[in-house]
Design a protein around this ligand. Structure first.
Ligand SMILES: NC(=O)C1=CN([C@@H]2O[C@H](COP(=O)(O)OP(=O)(O)OC[C@H]3O[C@@H](n4cnc5c(N)ncnc54)[C@H](O)[C@@H]3O)[C@@H](O)[C@H]2O)C=CC1
Ligand SMILES: O=C(O)CCC(=O)C(=O)O
Length: 447
């Protein structure tokens, strides 16, 4: 089997050798899906996985805009339209200086499997720019978003490709991009998700990724007759996903000990409760400040500059910041500190070495493509509401989100159960995600 996986990876490396994040994501899928393909004749001789590892379309474009001091700035924009076998391309836009083709291809590749798992008819895509929103004025953000959309609008549409937010893209940016799309097309359609309430957005979409990550962890804990109540939680990040993972953890009776950003992490041994979390939301979403400011407001907490939170003793870890933010050594430490469950809110936050440690210790471990799928699933619900031209209540959307997360958990169990009864959530998620897309590709022929 190793030979088959290596031979496949050689082909992928030949074309994408300079894209480490993309190769990392493909390797993880290959290791679990190729053994499944070998056992199932219908997938033989069809090169399905190789076709899935090649974007249907990769767009790269210039984005020029004028900053507040009158200087002309040039950024690079991208949209990776990865796979449309089961529905229109769907996936977020990331604005961050580290954005490049490798990162967006890994995200788009993961998105294909994730969207398939949601049970909704969505293909996979991802996009963004190397634009850095940090320190930019609202007007600069608006000008950049408008400039970005003056090219992207040609390639998207509510039945073609429906972008949304990701790192650096939240409600403000979606608003600016939607405004420009609408002006250029002279149509009001659900071309983006994560829209504001009064113009087609869905209730619960802002909360959905963080809530879903916790719902998934709850489902994992249930298999051990356990729950969030009374647990100590370590969370990385302090953006959209981290904030709502924290909110739901608190609601379920757990104590949130940490939050972080790219500068470092805060540890509050008394717990980051509801009021403190409100402060963080205002700090991050309105003042656009740094997490270090938390200790100025709450001096009993400690700030660790340049460090990540994984050395803090906890029961449950929720990595909610970015890719490869939790390495093998940190995973070992989490395990030896008694952590029993890791549910990824971010995309690919654990390195392969970290995953190896979690699996070796047989703790509950969920890969982001399963555990953070609640965000895109609720985007799918936003698309449905837009098509129906109505909006569902908060309770209705939350109930659907919970059901979807449970369905994803069930799919992981179906395809990932080990002989000893434990569940390999990576194998489960990869195979369940693969089967639906692969079957659609088989039905549609070589296109
Ligand atoms: N927003 C969504 O609906 C979804 C987001 N995700 C993933 O969740 C993760 C977080 O995304 P959002 O919360 O939406 O973005 P965000 O922009 O709201 O927050 C990102 C957070 O990560 C931190 N961060 C960024 N780079 C970092 C680094 N190098 N080291 C440490 N911290 C860093 C930022 O300081 C911030 O706290 C990403 O991996 C994203 O792809 C996954 C599914 C859906
Ligand atoms: O809601 C969406 O379409 C995007 C979500 C996303 O980017 C992700 O799941 O990583």
């Amino acid at each position: 089997m190793k030979d088959k996986i290596e031979a496949f990876m050689d082909l992928v490396r030949e074309r994408n050798g300079h894209e480490p994040e993309f190769l990392q994501a493909v390797q993880e899928v290959a290791e679990t899906v190729i053994p499944y393909i070998v056992q199932h004749d219908i997938y033989h001789g069809k090169n399905i996985l190789l076709r899935m590892a090649e974007p249907e379309r990769l767009l790269s474009f210039r984005v020029c805009w004028v900053d507040d001091s009158g200087e002309i700035q040039v950024n690079r924009g991208y949209r990776i339209q990865m796979n449309s076998a089961i529905g229109p391309y769907k996936g977020g836009l990331r604005f961050h200086p580290t954005v490049n083709a490798s990162i967006l291809k890994f995200l788009a590749f993961e998105q294909v499997f994730k969207n398939s798992l949601t049970t909704l008819p969505m293909g996979g895509g991802k996009g963004g720019s190397d634009f850095d929103p940090k320190g930019k004025s609202d007007n600069e953000i608006m000008r950049f978003c408008h400039a970005f959309m003056t090219e992207l609008y040609r390639h998207i549409g509510h039945n073609t490709d429906v972008p949304a937010g990701d790192i650096g893209v939240g409600a403000r940016e979606i608003g600016f991009m939607f405004g420009m799309y609408k002006k250029l097309n002279n149509t009001f359609t659900g071309v983006l998700t994560g829209k504001g309430q009064s113009w087609g957005g869905s209730l619960i979409r802002p909360e959905a990724t963080g809530y879903g990550t916790v719902y998934f962890a709850e489902n994992m804990l249930k298999t051990k007759n356990d729950s969030f109540n009374g647990k100590k939680i370590v969370i990385s990040g302090s953006g959209n996903v981290a904030q709502y993972a924290a909110e739901k953890s608190i609601e379920l009776g757990a104590t949130v000990l940490t939050l972080s950003d790219s500068g470092g992490y805060v540890y509050d041994s008394e717990g980051i409760g509801t009021e403190k979390l409100k402060f963080v939301m205002k700090l991050k979403n309105e003042k656009r400040g740094r997490i270090s400011e938390y200790v100025e407001k709450y001096p009993n907490a400690k700030y660790f500059a340049g460090e990540r939170p994984w050395a803090v003793k906890c029961d449950i870890a929720l990595p909610c910041a970015t890719q490869n933010e939790l390495n093998g050594e940190e995973a070992k430490q989490l395990v030896s500190n008694g952590c029993i469950c890791v549910s990824e809110g971010a995309n690919m936050p654990s390195t392969p070495e970290a995953i190896h440690e979690f699996q070796k210790a047989r703790i509950l471990f969920a890969p982001g493509k399963a555990s953070n799928a609640g965000g895109v699933a609720t985007s799918g619900l936003e698309m449905s509401q837009n098509s129906l031209r109505l909006s569902w209540t908060r309770e209705e959307v939350d109930a659907r989100l919970k059901d979807i997360m449970e369905d994803i958990h069930d799919s992981c169990v179906e395809y990932g159960k080990n002989d000893d009864g434990s569940i390999d959530y990576i194998r489960g998620a990869n195979i369940a995600g693969f089967v639906k897309v692969a079957d659609a590709m088989l039905a549609q022929g070589v296109v």
